[in-house]
Design a protein around this ligand. Sequence first.
Ligand code: 13P
Length: 249
Amino acid sequence: MRKSLVAANWKMLGRFADIAPYMAQLRLSDRADVVLFPSALHLQAAVLAAPDGLKCGVQDVGTSHGGAHTGEISADMVVEMGGSWCIVGHSERRIDQGETDDLVATKASAALKSGLLPIVCVGETLAEREAGHAETTVHRQLAAVLDRVDRSALSRIVVGYEPVWAIGTGESASADQAQEMHGFIRSQLDAMDPVAARLIRIVYGGSVTPDNASELFAQDDIDGGLVGGASLDARAFSAIVDAVPVGVA
Ligand code: 13P
Protein backbone atom coordinates (compact mmCIF):
# COMPACT_ATOMS: atom_id res chain seq x y z
CA MET A 1 0.00 0.00 0.00
CA ARG A 2 2.83 2.41 0.85
CA LYS A 3 5.90 2.21 -1.36
CA SER A 4 9.06 2.86 0.62
CA LEU A 5 11.04 6.01 -0.05
CA VAL A 6 14.75 6.43 0.49
CA ALA A 7 16.23 9.90 0.08
CA ALA A 8 19.77 11.27 0.02
CA ASN A 9 20.23 14.70 1.59
CA TRP A 10 23.64 15.99 0.56
CA LYS A 11 23.22 19.16 2.65
CA MET A 12 25.96 21.73 1.78
CA LEU A 13 28.26 18.95 0.60
CA GLY A 14 28.91 17.19 -2.69
CA ARG A 15 30.60 18.82 -5.66
CA PHE A 16 29.61 19.17 -9.28
CA ALA A 17 32.46 16.81 -10.19
CA ASP A 18 31.02 14.13 -7.87
CA ILE A 19 27.70 13.87 -9.66
CA ALA A 20 28.56 11.76 -12.72
CA PRO A 21 30.64 9.15 -10.81
CA TYR A 22 27.97 8.99 -8.12
CA MET A 23 25.24 8.29 -10.66
CA ALA A 24 27.39 5.62 -12.32
CA GLN A 25 27.74 3.74 -9.01
CA LEU A 26 24.21 4.19 -7.73
CA ARG A 27 21.97 1.10 -7.58
CA LEU A 28 18.23 1.66 -7.40
CA SER A 29 15.54 -0.79 -6.35
CA ASP A 30 12.01 -1.33 -7.59
CA ARG A 31 11.01 -1.73 -3.92
CA ALA A 32 11.61 1.96 -3.21
CA ASP A 33 11.22 5.44 -4.61
CA VAL A 34 14.68 7.01 -4.49
CA VAL A 35 15.27 10.76 -4.36
CA LEU A 36 18.48 12.79 -4.36
CA PHE A 37 18.64 16.23 -2.75
CA PRO A 38 21.89 17.88 -3.88
CA SER A 39 22.46 21.60 -3.36
CA ALA A 40 20.01 23.70 -5.38
CA LEU A 41 22.96 24.89 -7.45
CA HIS A 42 23.62 21.29 -8.50
CA LEU A 43 19.99 20.31 -9.09
CA GLN A 44 20.03 20.57 -12.86
CA ALA A 45 23.31 18.67 -13.21
CA ALA A 46 21.83 15.91 -11.04
CA VAL A 47 18.58 15.85 -13.04
CA LEU A 48 20.49 15.54 -16.32
CA ALA A 49 22.77 12.77 -15.01
CA ALA A 50 20.13 10.83 -13.05
CA PRO A 51 19.45 7.23 -14.10
CA ASP A 52 15.87 6.28 -14.93
CA GLY A 53 13.87 6.08 -11.74
CA LEU A 54 15.94 8.50 -9.67
CA LYS A 55 14.10 11.71 -8.80
CA CYS A 56 15.79 14.89 -7.65
CA GLY A 57 14.78 17.79 -5.46
CA VAL A 58 15.91 20.70 -3.33
CA GLN A 59 16.64 20.95 0.39
CA ASP A 60 14.50 24.04 0.92
CA VAL A 61 12.07 26.14 -1.07
CA GLY A 62 10.72 29.70 -1.01
CA THR A 63 7.27 30.61 0.25
CA SER A 64 6.36 32.72 -2.73
CA HIS A 65 5.72 31.86 -6.36
CA GLY A 66 7.84 34.76 -7.59
CA GLY A 67 8.66 38.41 -6.99
CA ALA A 68 11.24 40.59 -5.33
CA HIS A 69 12.73 38.06 -2.91
CA THR A 70 16.50 38.19 -3.36
CA GLY A 71 18.20 34.85 -3.00
CA GLU A 72 15.01 32.78 -2.83
CA ILE A 73 14.10 29.91 -5.15
CA SER A 74 10.45 29.25 -5.90
CA ALA A 75 8.87 25.83 -6.16
CA ASP A 76 7.89 26.70 -9.76
CA MET A 77 11.57 27.25 -10.60
CA VAL A 78 12.45 23.87 -9.11
CA VAL A 79 9.78 22.20 -11.24
CA GLU A 80 11.03 24.10 -14.31
CA MET A 81 14.52 22.68 -13.76
CA GLY A 82 13.28 19.11 -13.49
CA GLY A 83 13.02 18.79 -9.72
CA SER A 84 10.03 16.98 -8.29
CA TRP A 85 10.68 17.00 -4.53
CA CYS A 86 11.70 19.36 -1.76
CA ILE A 87 12.59 19.12 1.91
CA VAL A 88 10.94 21.61 4.25
CA GLY A 89 11.55 22.18 7.93
CA HIS A 90 14.86 20.36 8.25
CA SER A 91 16.11 20.90 11.80
CA GLU A 92 19.31 22.47 10.48
CA ARG A 93 17.18 25.21 8.91
CA ARG A 94 14.91 25.49 11.94
CA ILE A 95 18.03 25.97 14.09
CA ASP A 96 20.48 27.80 11.78
CA GLN A 97 17.95 30.00 9.95
CA GLY A 98 15.38 30.26 12.75
CA GLU A 99 12.60 28.75 10.63
CA THR A 100 9.33 28.64 12.54
CA ASP A 101 6.54 26.07 12.34
CA ASP A 102 4.46 28.67 10.54
CA LEU A 103 7.14 29.33 7.91
CA VAL A 104 7.61 25.59 7.35
CA ALA A 105 3.86 25.20 6.85
CA THR A 106 3.83 28.03 4.30
CA LYS A 107 6.70 26.39 2.41
CA ALA A 108 4.97 23.00 2.37
CA SER A 109 1.81 24.57 1.07
CA ALA A 110 3.66 26.57 -1.64
CA ALA A 111 5.47 23.41 -2.75
CA LEU A 112 2.26 21.41 -3.08
CA LYS A 113 0.57 24.19 -5.05
CA SER A 114 3.42 24.02 -7.60
CA GLY A 115 3.32 20.25 -7.82
CA LEU A 116 6.46 19.64 -5.76
CA LEU A 117 6.28 16.80 -3.25
CA PRO A 118 7.48 17.94 0.19
CA ILE A 119 9.26 15.88 2.81
CA VAL A 120 8.17 17.68 5.98
CA CYS A 121 10.82 17.21 8.66
CA VAL A 122 9.93 17.07 12.33
CA GLY A 123 11.95 16.00 15.34
CA GLU A 124 12.80 16.84 18.90
CA THR A 125 16.10 17.99 20.39
CA LEU A 126 17.86 15.98 23.08
CA ALA A 127 16.75 18.49 25.71
CA GLU A 128 13.12 18.11 24.60
CA ARG A 129 13.38 14.30 24.73
CA GLU A 130 15.01 14.33 28.14
CA ALA A 131 12.32 16.66 29.44
CA GLY A 132 9.65 14.22 28.20
CA HIS A 133 8.48 16.62 25.50
CA ALA A 134 9.43 14.68 22.38
CA GLU A 135 5.86 13.88 21.34
CA THR A 136 4.58 17.37 22.15
CA THR A 137 7.28 18.90 19.96
CA VAL A 138 6.69 16.58 17.02
CA HIS A 139 2.91 16.98 17.34
CA ARG A 140 3.19 20.78 17.30
CA GLN A 141 5.56 20.82 14.31
CA LEU A 142 3.36 18.49 12.29
CA ALA A 143 0.05 20.11 13.30
CA ALA A 144 1.27 23.45 11.90
CA VAL A 145 1.67 21.84 8.48
CA LEU A 146 -1.46 19.67 8.60
CA ASP A 147 -3.58 22.70 9.49
CA ARG A 148 -2.26 24.63 6.48
CA VAL A 149 -2.12 22.03 3.73
CA ASP A 150 -5.12 21.64 1.48
CA ARG A 151 -6.94 18.46 2.51
CA SER A 152 -6.99 17.12 -1.07
CA ALA A 153 -3.16 17.34 -1.18
CA LEU A 154 -2.55 15.79 2.23
CA SER A 155 -1.64 12.31 1.03
CA ARG A 156 1.13 13.78 -1.17
CA ILE A 157 3.26 14.85 1.76
CA VAL A 158 5.95 12.65 3.26
CA VAL A 159 6.80 13.09 6.93
CA GLY A 160 10.48 12.85 7.86
CA TYR A 161 11.02 12.03 11.53
CA GLU A 162 14.53 13.20 12.33
CA PRO A 163 15.38 13.39 16.02
CA VAL A 164 17.91 16.22 16.24
CA TRP A 165 20.11 14.24 18.64
CA ALA A 166 20.54 11.48 16.06
CA ILE A 167 21.54 13.68 13.11
CA GLY A 168 25.19 13.44 12.19
CA THR A 169 26.05 11.96 15.59
CA GLY A 170 26.48 8.32 14.62
CA GLU A 171 23.85 7.58 17.27
CA SER A 172 20.70 6.51 15.45
CA ALA A 173 17.43 6.20 17.31
CA SER A 174 16.87 2.52 18.07
CA ALA A 175 14.35 0.77 15.86
CA ASP A 176 11.95 0.69 18.84
CA GLN A 177 12.37 4.39 19.61
CA ALA A 178 11.85 5.31 15.96
CA GLN A 179 8.83 3.01 15.56
CA GLU A 180 7.26 4.45 18.69
CA MET A 181 7.44 7.99 17.30
CA HIS A 182 6.38 6.92 13.80
CA GLY A 183 3.36 5.21 15.33
CA PHE A 184 2.57 8.39 17.23
CA ILE A 185 2.84 10.43 14.02
CA ARG A 186 0.60 7.92 12.21
CA SER A 187 -2.03 8.30 14.94
CA GLN A 188 -1.88 12.09 14.60
CA LEU A 189 -2.43 11.74 10.85
CA ASP A 190 -5.23 9.22 11.46
CA ALA A 191 -7.06 11.64 13.72
CA MET A 192 -7.11 14.14 10.89
CA ASP A 193 -7.76 11.89 7.90
CA PRO A 194 -7.77 8.10 8.29
CA VAL A 195 -7.55 7.44 4.55
CA ALA A 196 -4.58 9.77 4.05
CA ALA A 197 -2.92 8.38 7.20
CA ARG A 198 -2.64 4.96 5.56
CA LEU A 199 -1.10 6.47 2.42
CA ILE A 200 1.34 9.00 3.87
CA ARG A 201 4.89 7.75 4.10
CA ILE A 202 6.83 8.44 7.28
CA VAL A 203 10.58 8.14 6.77
CA TYR A 204 13.25 8.08 9.45
CA GLY A 205 16.42 10.20 9.40
CA GLY A 206 19.35 10.37 11.79
CA SER A 207 22.57 8.36 11.39
CA VAL A 208 21.04 5.80 9.02
CA THR A 209 23.80 3.50 7.71
CA PRO A 210 23.96 0.23 5.74
CA ASP A 211 24.33 -1.49 9.14
CA ASN A 212 21.16 -0.23 10.81
CA ALA A 213 18.88 0.40 7.82
CA SER A 214 17.35 -3.10 7.61
CA GLU A 215 16.20 -3.11 11.22
CA LEU A 216 14.80 0.42 10.98
CA PHE A 217 13.02 -0.21 7.66
CA ALA A 218 11.47 -3.44 8.97
CA GLN A 219 9.31 -1.50 11.46
CA ASP A 220 5.60 -1.24 10.65
CA ASP A 221 5.45 2.54 10.45
CA ILE A 222 8.90 3.25 9.03
CA ASP A 223 8.49 3.67 5.30
CA GLY A 224 12.10 4.35 4.40
CA GLY A 225 14.81 6.81 5.28
CA LEU A 226 16.21 10.29 4.84
CA VAL A 227 19.96 9.84 4.79
CA GLY A 228 22.62 12.49 5.32
CA GLY A 229 26.27 11.49 5.78
CA ALA A 230 26.00 7.95 4.41
CA SER A 231 24.26 9.19 1.27
CA LEU A 232 27.40 10.93 0.00
CA ASP A 233 28.92 7.55 -0.79
CA ALA A 234 27.02 5.96 -3.68
CA ARG A 235 27.82 2.41 -2.55
CA ALA A 236 26.70 3.02 1.03
CA PHE A 237 23.54 4.77 -0.13
CA SER A 238 22.79 1.95 -2.59
CA ALA A 239 23.16 -0.55 0.26
CA ILE A 240 20.66 1.48 2.30
CA VAL A 241 18.23 1.50 -0.64
CA ASP A 242 18.70 -2.26 -0.90
CA ALA A 243 17.78 -2.64 2.80
CA VAL A 244 14.14 -1.86 2.00
CA PRO A 245 12.31 -5.09 2.77
CA VAL A 246 10.59 -7.13 0.10
CA GLY A 247 6.84 -6.95 0.09
CA VAL A 248 6.30 -3.91 2.28
CA ALA A 249 2.56 -3.42 2.42
P1 13P B 1 22.77 11.96 8.99
O1 13P B 1 22.33 10.75 8.21
O2 13P B 1 24.12 12.47 8.58
O3 13P B 1 22.62 11.75 10.46
O4 13P B 1 21.76 13.16 8.60
C1 13P B 1 20.39 12.93 8.66
C2 13P B 1 19.70 14.08 8.04
O5 13P B 1 19.72 15.18 8.56
C3 13P B 1 19.04 13.85 6.75
O6 13P B 1 18.23 14.92 6.39
